[in-house]
Write a new protein. Structure first.
Length: 299
């Protein structure tokens, strides 16, 4: 098979071959659990008619090559083609033939804009006792939550939901509640400017709110990545700062993001994860300082 033929492989068949079955459908396509990360509720959407996918949890999307990149970690599209062919048990042209063909007709990722699946979006002040309790259980008090977050009511899969919303620079929202972690597109960073020469960097907005509770922000500017996949979008605005303080997760993705920023900005980048070395992230550390009080009756 050549590159064009591989691109036409059905994403649904590819996912089925990998062992992933749809969990539901809507008017535009099928829902799956994301095949390259863990999640409690499916937020990975495939549009079979256009043969494109979109992950509402990370904001990533594209064609079968983009999915192969996420699954395999390979950046070279010819290696992505090998990965697809191996999983689909298909023959491919030799490396030299594919290199020659790609030189004549270089691969270009399919431009992708997900058709909105969220419907009837309404944004209002965050007053929901349920959502405020969810944040309180994670150590975030009401006054901090209401300063930076809103209530987002929306319809998804034909059902009505509501969630905490945290707006990004493209006017999309990160969405959180007890059962759902996702986003309303477009996906982007959130840049909070206070006119400071120092900037804090967080992976997600819950960690940013945790830093507010702990007093770590203290008038500094802030960039919330809203996913490490947005790291490139943060490069340009971070170039204006003399000190970049990173409160990233203590995992492989967080360390990779830190390394990316250090390659770009060198000694201007400070790793603040030493403040919570035995915890996954800053919010996990905050919750250890203020554990939830049990509501169970003692017998």
């Amino acid at each position: 098979m050549n590159i064009d033929e591989i691109r036409k492989i059905s994403l649904v068949e590819f996912l089925n071959q990998l062992g992933y079955q749809p969990t539901g459908r809507d008017s535009k396509g099928l829902w799956f659990y994301a095949p390259y990360r863990s999640e409690r509720k499916p937020s990975f959407h495939v549009n079979p008619r256009r043969n494109l996918w979109y992950d509402f949890g990370t904001g990533a999307g594209g064609d079968i090559f983009s999915l192969a990149r996420e699954m395999s970690g390979e950046m070279d599209f010819l290696r992505q083609a090998d990965y697809i062919a191996e999983k689909m048990r298909l023959p491919v042209a030799s490396s030299s033939e594919r290199r020659f063909a790609s030189a004549k007709n270089p691969y270009k990722p399919t431009p992708f804009v997900e058709e909105p699946t969220f419907e009837n979006i309404e944004v209002s002040r965050l007053e929901s006792p349920v959502l405020l309790r969810y944040l309180a259980d994670r150590g975030i008090p009401k006054e901090i939550a209401q300063r930076y977050c809103v209530l987002v009511d929306y319809e998804l899969h034909g059902k009505l939901y509501y969630a905490i919303g945290f707006e990004n620079n493209a006017h999309g929202f990160e969405l959180r509640n007890s059962f759902f972690k996702g986003s309303y597109p477009p996906k982007h960073i959130t840049h909070i400017v206070n006119g400071n020469a120092r900037c804090n960097v967080f992976e997600g907005f819950i960690d940013f709110l945790s830093a507010e509770r702990l007093g770590y922000n203290d008038g500094l500017d802030t960039i919330v990545l809203n996913s490490v996949t947005n790291i490139q979008k943060a490069i340009a605005p971070l170039g204006d700062y003399t000190v970049i303080q990173c409160y990233l997760d203590n995992d492989a993705a967080g360390r990779a993001a830190l390394a990316r920023l250090r390659r770009e900005f060198g000694d201007r980048v400070m790793d603040k994860s030493a403040l919570y070395p035995s915890h996954k992230n800053l919010n996990d550390y905050l919750m250890s300082l203020y554990p939830k009080k049990s509501t169970k009756l003692k017998l």
